[in-house]
Design a protein around this ligand. Structure first.
Ligand code: NAP
Length: 258
């Protein structure tokens, strides 16, 4: 009998954990898909295709050619284009779709953030004279370049991929620090008054937020982009349960997320 074939849109740590668990359970044939944006992505434990599909219609055609029985969208919460495309493609191809989306961050009691809709609004929200620690990524600095009355301290993974930086845009190269203490030390050394960050959610990237809250910096939080409605779960266990329910195989719970 043919085993169910599941496509996993990947690129997040949740997608990796889900791939590992599905491969371990060995009840479906899994194909992962990566955008191809990362130069040398860590290999996933299953067949992996790399690169865009060319839009929703070609993706729907791809589902049919590859006889896909279900799709799980475990892309980043800010990857709005692929998430919209997969909704349209799944509908067109009549393939069941699940979105695995890690819960958004919420502010600590008494530490309200200023939430803004997008990066342009974040750039506009910083007051003149502020020193803003910016963790939105090196490819998304354009909205901030025009505000020369603010010092933007932008953390980027690879400065060679960022265009020329004007004097009011300082680049700090390197990954996010592991602990809130390290993030706080960096923010203090840079005399940051504000943090601008995207509401990515998850524990791995939370250290900067805890640091900013502890230092009582003003936080400007970019809200997640709106996505089309889809059946959604917040964790890997729940996604495994969805697969097991759909295809009739029991899966052991492990990560504690509903
Ligand atoms: P996107 O804007 O939603 O996707 C752009 C295009 O890339 C899609 O239309 C699709 O091309 C292709 N694509 C994206 N994910 C794919 C996948 N898993 N498999 C195959 N093709 C895929 O998303 P993005 O460009 O990846 O990222 C947008 C924003 O999300 C970034 O600016 C960043 O803020 C955030 N992000 C963060 C992380 C992270 O921190 N780990 C990772 C990813 C994204 P076609 O239309 O040709 O199919």
């Amino acid at each position: 009998m043919r085993r169910p074939k599941v496509l996993l849109l990947a690129g997040t740590s949740e997608a990796r954990r889900l791939a590992e668990r599905l491969v371990e359970a060995d009840t479906v044939d899994l194909i992962a898909s990566l955008a191809g944006a990362t130069r040398a992505p860590k290999p996933l434990p299953c067949e992996t295709r790399i690169g865009g599909f060319g839009g929703a219609d070609p993706m729907a055609a791809w589902f049919k050619t590859h006889r896909i029985d279900a799709v799980i969208d475990a892309t980043h919460p800010f990857a709005a284009q692929i998430s919209a495309n997969v909704c349209a493609a799944a509908f067109a191809a009549n393939v069941p779709l699940l979105r695995l989306e890690r819960p958004a961050w919420t502010s600590s009691p008494g530490r309200a953030w200023r939430e803004v809709a997008d990066l342009r609004a974040a750039a506009a929200a910083a007051p003149s004279g502020a020193r803003v620690f910016l963790t939105t990524g090196g490819s998304e600095l354009d909205p901030f370049r025009d505000r020369s009355d603010v010092i933007w301290i932008a953390r980027v993974l690879d400065r060679s991929r960022v265009g020329a930086d004007p004097p009011h845009l300082r680049l700090i190269e390197g990954p996010p620090r592991q602990s809130a203490a390290e993030e706080a030390a960096l923010m203090t050394a840079e005399r940051a008054t504000h943090l601008v960050t995207k509401n990515a959610g998850g524990s791995a990237a939370r250290a900067k937020l805890d640091a900013a809250e502890a230092l009582r910096l003003s936080i400007i939080m970019v809200a997640r982009p709106p996505l089309p409605a889809a059946e959604t779960v917040g964790g890997v266990d729940a996604a495994l349960t969805w697969v097991a329910t759909r295809f009739g195989q029991p899966v052991q719970k492990r990560d504690g997320l509903a």
